[in-house]
Write a protein that binds this ligand. Structure first.
Ligand code: SF4
Ligand code: SF4
Length: 698
């Protein structure tokens, strides 16, 4: 074939491919630009660039699973390295002996190109093996690919194979025709091996083979490009900006604070949360386009693991499919009244049982390799249901009324807030006016810590430990009110903000600077979410303070606690706030304790089932999350299941007792906060039976 003909074919394929790609990119950009604003997405540029480098170029999250992670790593870097071969292919259309100027004949470049061609081929063999092993039809819900579009994934693997096959075939032929930029050398081992197989074909045949596969390579590349932009593999180009624009320092963080909840400022166009696909922000639309359907989120979801209908992957996929189906309405300005876009997201696209099954544990966001913020999608849909449609599980209504009227989810009222201080053996100062100068910390007790009999024992243990270490602290007593966290996680942003503003005002007028919180939900709200409403305090979780007191020698454990203990990471302490080490450090200081980790620990910890206001909702579908978690803890053979959250304590204790009643758990097993374990090893500590949560509740 003459050079002119090669050029004509090459540019014809390129012209058609570029037109199709350009049309699709323009469509996707219009769809994104049509989304609602997502303010503050570039306000932490340093952390955003760092995440781009570590998570996209370093593939940090994917490498947590070494098998598929390495395969993905080499595919990603392979496609970057093979950009050089694309330049060579186009150069070859003009001259059969083309080499990239300056470095195009260097052996290093030849090796890099061949190495990555071979690495990508090995990676697609690995992907094929993983997909066969994880065959959804065979493994059912247990496969992380359950519900994914596996047909498109197989086609993509085939296309990647074609990219590599056409590449090494034309390079092998070029070696035999002496047109290869790197000459006949084993440094380009892959191409050289292929050339040996083709050497007998003769010079002219190899010239024709090289031409045919160069054109085939161009056709495959453009075909792949067009296919990718029309499939879930869109993530190949979209995940990079999605990681860049995600919340930093990590995608799992404080919820967006809805502004202007003032009824005076509302009109008929005011919308809170997400009720229609048109209500999504551009970042949320970018999220939907980024999903790779890898199922890592589904694999870690406690709701999915206990047979609930919620899979975070399927939520994202269903919203994405609906977004593309609604594109015509969205782009023609009919987001609210078009035939498709006017469908209410709940229940038409996302079923009620899916929406209300979420515990907001954050495992999905933590796992997602492309930093999709599932929780924002779920919470925004809950906000719409609660604030716009008044549709939510009836049990949640009682909890909301209790917070509104009594300041706590149980409705016990402020009169009970100091009951835990009785019998402590010392006085706990209650702030009246401003906090005294000699009092360093305000101890934020939390509703469960003050009102639940089992959680009160932890509160008492913490108070005794602080007292013993000589820490001056005070409490708000009846002036303390629910942080609003359960209301916010249920979707009632209005009630959350009312509670938060009242608490901020109380704390500020008392002159509080430093806070110790024993409940991770309070800890998270006050430290991470109150700043958006003007509340800025120095907040510590009790395990952080205890760990410091132990390191400084202010607390000195003496008596051995000869127990095997397993530690359960509370989601809002661990995953949401990355406090993993301090609770373990406290246990590590206790002589005699043998710590046995559960398989699902730290960032892969499994929820207790209480978060996302699920504590107050009935669990009618599937098996119980707290029982699933407790079974894992019991499986370690531990004598004590320890934790650092009053809600986890209650949930795990309930499940332990039910297993003990069935006879499948040892009677001696106890559920305790790490503070209670520590207290046992200090002098004048209560005995195990007094300190454990496994005692009857009031
Ligand atoms: S936050 Fe937890 S429960 Fe909710 S979807 Fe994600 S993994 Fe599942
Ligand atoms: S949401 Fe993230 S983790 Fe889940 S399937 Fe999509 S890409 Fe994978």
């Amino acid at each position: 074939m003459t050079i002119d003909l090669r050029l004509a074919f090459g540019w014809a394929i390129t012209g058609v491919g570029a037109a199709l790609v350009g049309w699709r990119i323009a469509f996707l950009l219009r769809l994104l630009a049509n989304g609602r604003p997502a303010p503050g997405r570039m306000k932490n540029l340093g952390a955003q660039i760092k995440a781009e480098l570590t998570d996209v170029f370093g593939q940090r999250k994917l490498l947590k699973r070494p098998g598929p992670g390495l395969a993905h790593f080499f595919t990603f870097w392979g496609f970057i390295a093979l950009i050089f071969t694309i330049v060579e292919v186009y150069g070859d259309l003009f001259s059969q002996s083309f080499a990239i100027p300056l470095f195009g004949t260097s052996r290093a470049l030849g090796f890099v190109e061949d190495f990555f061609a071979a690495a990508v081929l090995v990676a697609i063999i690995a992907f094929t093996a993983i997909r066969i092993y994880q065959n959804p039809a065979r493994r059912s819900r247990k496969s992380r690919f359950y519900g994914s579009h596996t047909g498109a994934a197989w086609f993509t693997l085939f296309m990647i194979f074609l990219v590599i096959a056409t590449l090494v075939l034309y390079r092998g032929a070029q070696i035999d025709t002496n047109d290869f930029p790197f000459g006949k050398t084993w440094i380009t081992f892959f191409s050289r091996a292929v050339s040996l197989a083709m050497a007998g074909a003769g010079h002219q045949t190899n010239v024709d083979i090289a031409t045919a596969f160069i054109l085939a390579q161009i056709a495959v590349l453009w075909g792949f490009f067009v296919f990718v932009l029309h499939s879930k593999h869109l993530h190949i180009f979209i995940s990079e900006p999605n990681v860049l624009f995600s919340r930093r320092p990590k995608a799992l963080g404080p919820l967006h604070t809805t502004p202007d909840l003032d009824p005076e400022k509302m009109d008929e166009d005011t919308v809170f949360g997400t009720g229609l696909i048109g209500h999504l922000t551009w970042k949320q639309r970018l999220d939907l386009m980024s999903c790779t359907e890898c199922g890592r989120c589904q694999d870690q979801c406690p709701a999915w693991a206990t047979e609930k209908p919620l899979s975070p992957k399927l939520v994202i996929m269903d919203l994405r499919d609906h977004m593309f189906a609604s594109a015509k309405d969205l782009l023609s300005g009919h987001a609210g009244d078009g035939p498709v876009a006017s469908k209410p997201l709940v229940p038409d696209v996302i079923h009620d049982d899916v929406l209300w099954s979420c515990t907001t544990c954050g495992a999905c966001v933590e796992q997602c390799p492309v930093d999709i913020e599932h929780l924002d999608h779920i919470l925004d849909m809950r906000r719409y249901q609660v604030l716009m449609d008044a549709r939510f599980p009836s049990e949640g209504g009682l909890m909301l009324r209790n917070i509104e009227n009594q300041g706590d989810p149980w409705g016990l009222g402020s009169g009970q807030r100091l009951a835990w201080t009785e019998g402590l053996g010392f006085d706990v100062p209650v702030v009246d006016g401003t906090i005294p100068d000699d009092v360093e910390y305000l101890f934020w007790v939390g509703c469960a810590g003050a009102l639940d009999e089992r959680a009160r024992r932890t509160t008492q243990a913490i108070a005794r430990l602080l007292h013993q270490a000589g820490i001056n602290f005070a409490v708000l007593g009846p002036k303390e009110s629910c942080t609003g966290d359960p209301a916010r996680r249920l979707g009632n942003e209005y009630l959350y903000q009312t509670q938060a503003q009242t608490n901020i005002e109380t704390l500020q007028s008392a002159g509080v600077k430093k806070i110790i919180a024993s409940c991770p939900h309070c800890f998270n709200s006050i430290s991470r979410e109150y700043p958006a409403l003007g509340g800025n305090f120095e907040v510590y979780h009790h395990t952080q303070v205890l760990s410091r007191l132990l390191s400084s020698g202010s607390l000195r454990p003496q008596s051995p606690v000869d127990k095997k203990i397993t530690y359960h990471d509370p989601c809002y302490l661990g995953r949401h706030n990355e406090v993993y080490d301090e609770p373990r450090d406290v246990l590590g200081h206790v002589p005699g304790v043998k710590v046995e980790e559960m398989h699902r620990c730290r960032s892969r910890g499994f929820c207790c089932g209480a978060g996302g206001a699920r504590m107050w909702l009935e669990e009618k579908i599937g098996t119980r999350i707290n029982v699933n978690r407790t079974d894992e803890a019991l499986g370690t053979g531990a004598d004590v299941i320890s934790t650092a959250c009053p809600y986890c304590l209650i949930m795990l204790d309930d499940a332990t007792k039910s297993r003990q009643a069935e006879g499948s758990a040892r009677e001696e097993v106890r559920v305790m906060d790490v503070a209670q374990v520590l207290e046992q090893s200090l002098s004048a500590a209560p005995g195990p039976s007094e300190g454990a949560a496994g005692e009857p509740s009031a």
